[in-house]
Write a protein that binds this ligand. Sequence first.
Ligand SMILES: Cc1ncc(COP(=O)(O)O)c(C=O)c1O
Length: 398
Amino acid sequence: MPRIEENARDENFWHTIAQRYDLEHGPINLENGYFGRMTRSVAQDYQHQIDFINRINSVHVRQQFDDTQSTEIRNRLADLLEVDHASIALTRCASDALQSLIGNYNGLQPGDQLLICDLEYPSVEYAMRWVARQRGLEIIEITHSHPATHESLIAGYREAFERHPRIKLMTLTHVTHRTGLVLPVQAIVQLAKEHGVDVVLDGAHALGQIDFDLQAMGVAFAGYNLHKWIGAPLTLGFMYIDPKRLSSIDPDMGNQRLPEPDVRNRAPYGTVNIPAWLTLPKVLQEHIELGGSAVKGARLNYLRNLWVSEARQLPGIEVLTPDDPRLHCAITSFRFTHLDDQQPMVERLLNDYNLFTVARSGSACGSCIRITVGFATTLEDINQLIKALRELSCNASA
Ligand SMILES: Cc1ncc(COP(=O)(O)O)c(C=O)c1O
């Protein structure tokens, strides 16, 4: 067994990792998809940075942060993604980055079409609809067939490009928030290129749990956050623009801060959470020391597969996220097939089994319950979920 897979099953090792987090007493959290916890040492460093910036105020920020330190932070992020230092602009979250990329993309002409799918994150979908309304363009929305396969996802885009040759810009979600489906980004971006379509990649859930190569994927525009799987304090995100494509994105409304051309002018202007950014070196150090996304992702996949392999066998339960290892990660959704609305079962999981989960709706495959394991999830937590699903599925099918 390769070393990373072996490590993913090493409960002693992951117990020591779980010990790095302070956990509030309460329900078992199987909703780690909203944002990630900081480790205790990161939280302490963050507190230290808050106190420091509060004491020193603008003296440090103007003399150090605005220029040297924020550049060093951008460089660290570029190194993490193995991309050009000039390709990164800091933002407050993935939504800010993605909305600016979409709103400022300047390659659209009257009559062009924009492509979205039923799995897009709302802030991204709304931004595409807003641009279409403002400029009188048409939105093409495709619905992915369910259950999805690697081939069906690519075929869905191929068909859209062939049927709608005026599509010029599309959004693509690397890891979808409703079901955790992982899209075959490289193949879709390649196909888009062949049809003259530019892609804005939503990487919010990918960074820190999927080991990807942005350049090999051929992505020119992407938005990320650092407060999910990287484990940074809340309010940290960034934008990636391939420097060769910088001229395709106009400076953001209200941002002419730096002489052109500069990727930083593409991000929203405003005071950022400086103590949080100053914590990032510590966060990245811990991420890298743990083994990065490959090691983190393998553990999350292992935990996910433990409950999914049981749930697949249960009558009255449908797991919506494919088992193809290319198409899933930590997040997986299921539903009780006898119910249209899954919220009552979310409440039963909490009240009867002490399991905190979240209902998600909006994708064409219907309302579902999202389970997202995390770095502090234990085998006992997974066993509790399996017990709950067995009992609730028996009741449902009785
Ligand atoms: C797929 C996806 N895209 C974008 C976002 C937005 O991220 P942020 O909260 O950093 O704006 C999220 C947040 O959950 C998401 O799941």
